[in-house]
Design a protein around this ligand. Structure first.
Ligand code: PLP
Length: 461
């Protein structure tokens, strides 16, 4: 295949893309395949000789789409969305075409500089204070890992990276039980250990209690443990729980602890000024992450981390071997020094396209609609016989239950086998509950109300 062939097949792929999106509503949202179904259709080893693209494309059409769960389906209400607005898909195509590696400023100046400007645009769009700067990672997990490594190094007076953790005091992190498992994973990788995440009790609104946080830190200090930092949650994955940031950050500052706010999903909603009360006090945080690849519409992967002061994170993560020296330009940000991997994709382009093609007002309108429709759907479900709302809508996420745990689980299986909608589950207060989040980029009010129709039909007998 050469670049003329690429041109031909790119047009074919563009046609396929248009048709895929036109017919998406007719597909079952969740893949209807059993484990092994797809692998069985592929040869056991790679071909020795080139094959015609016509055959490769035909196999793609025959095998892949039916084996996919359709995250861009307008009736995808499971997990959190991973929206891919058309403008961001276009940018990703251009990124793929240039196939640059944006590890240093000089390896892709446009990628680095557009990244800096996009982070600033988003900081202002979210109403964050102007002292924040930032970078774009692949995932919130990476951003959180970076923050936890920074907490660790700061608490160890920057010695952990040099001498390792053996002989170090027991390091501690504080968080509620509403935080995402990426915090646990990061604590494992950072050598802090999952057992050293001290879970602070929450109040009725699912926020950590500041007095309990303060007590836990004091207790750890009296045991000669070493507190490192606090992970705060805005819009937790399970039921959307949020910490009340201002008083918790005050406790952190009192103990000189680093703070990281995980707003992976809910952060996008902060483009709506009327919703920003949810994270009041965020300007006092050291680090904030949100995923434009969730609700905002930037195609996966795209996770933005804002830093009140990038220096501690850069000090924790940067290495400058001779072969990476930038020689004549020493005053430019080399974003690999702000993160874990050296190699980096040009992720900022899709943000540039997204923000310009829809405008902040266009993106706000979608998010406001999603929240309104989620509330309307909540009322419809509450009125159905046998259904109980378990957690009220937080932004556009709520949970419900049908009769018993066993009945709820059986209903969820029937719903997802049916295919018109896709929902997922969690546990809340010990009960199996079904989550609904409204957030798909192209969904309409009718799509959302289909959830009630499906529940009505499938819960009857
Ligand atoms: N934090 C929260 C609140 C999440 O909901 C998720 C994923 O859904 C994550 C972190 C992890 O995100 P990522 O897949 O970008 O690592």
């Amino acid at each position: 295949m050469n670049h003329d062939d690429l041109n031909h097949w790119s047009k074919r792929a563009a046609d396929w893309t248009r048709d895929y999106y036109r017919t998406l509503r007719d597909r079952p949202v969740r893949a209807r395949t059993a484990p092994g179904d797809i692998a069985r259709q592929l040869p056991k080893s790679a071909p020795e000789q080139p094959e015609p693209m016509k055959d490769i494309f035909a196999d793609f059409e025959a095998i892949v789409p039916d084996g996919m769960t359709h995250w861009q389906h307008p009736r995808f209400f499971a997990y959190f969305p991973a929206n891919a607005a058309p403008a961001s898909i276009l940018a990703e195509q251009l990124t793929a075409a240039m196939a640059a590696q944006a590890m240093l400023w000089q390896t892709s100046p446009a990628a680095s500089e557009i990244e800096g400007v996009m982070v600033d645009w988003l900081r202002d769009a979210l109403g964050l204070a102007t002292h924040f700067r930032g970078t774009i990672h692949d995932s919130a997990t990476t951003a959180t890992l970076c923050a936890i490594l920074t907490m660790r190094e700061r608490a160890l007076n920057w010695q952990g990276n040099e001498t390792g953790l053996s002989g170090a005091p027991r390091l501690r992190i504080y968080a509620s039980d509403q935080t995402h498992s990426s915090i646990d994973k990061s604590a494992r990788i950072a050598g802090i250990g999952q057992d050293n995440i001290c879970r602070i009790p929450t109040d009725d609104s699912l926020s950590m209690q500041p007095e309990a946080l303060n007590r836990a830190i004091n207790l750890d200090k009296s045991n000669n443990y070493l507190p490192t930092g606090i992970i705060l949650s805005i819009g937790g994955t399970s039921v959307g729980g949020s910490d009340n940031l201002a008083p918790l950050i005050k406790v952190a500052k009192h103990h000189d602890l680093y703070t990281h706010v995980d707003a992976a999903w809910a952060g996008s909603a902060m483009i709506c000024p009327e919703l920003r009360g949810l994270w009041a006090g965020v300007d006092g945080a050291d680090s904030v992450v949100f995923n434009p690849h969730k609700w905002l519409g930037a195609q996966f992967d795209c996770s933005v981390q804002f830093l009140a002061d990038p220096a501690p994170q850069v000090r924790t993560l940067s290495l400058r071997p001779d072969y990476l020296a930038t020689l004549e330009h020493n005053d430019v940000p080399n974003f690999n020094e702000w993160t874990v991997p050296l190699g980096r994709r040009f992720r900022a382009l899709k943000l540039w396209f997204l923000l310009r093609a829809y405008g902040l007002e266009g993106l706000r309108e979608r998010i406001r609609n999603h929240i309104t429709w989620a509330t309307e759907l909540r009322d419809e479900i509450a009125a159905l016989p046998g259904f109980e709302i378990i957690t009220e809508p937080r932004l556009s996420l709520f949970t419900f239950r049908f009769e018993s745990d066993a009945q709820t689980e059986a209903l969820l299986t029937r719903i997802n086998d049916d295919g018109r909608i896709y929902l997922s589950q969690t546990r809340h207060d010990g009960h199996f509950v079904i989550r609904v989040q409204v957030g798909q980029f192209d969904c309409t009010r009718d799509d959302v109300m289909t959830v009630a129709t499906v529940l009505r039909e499938l819960s009857n007998g």
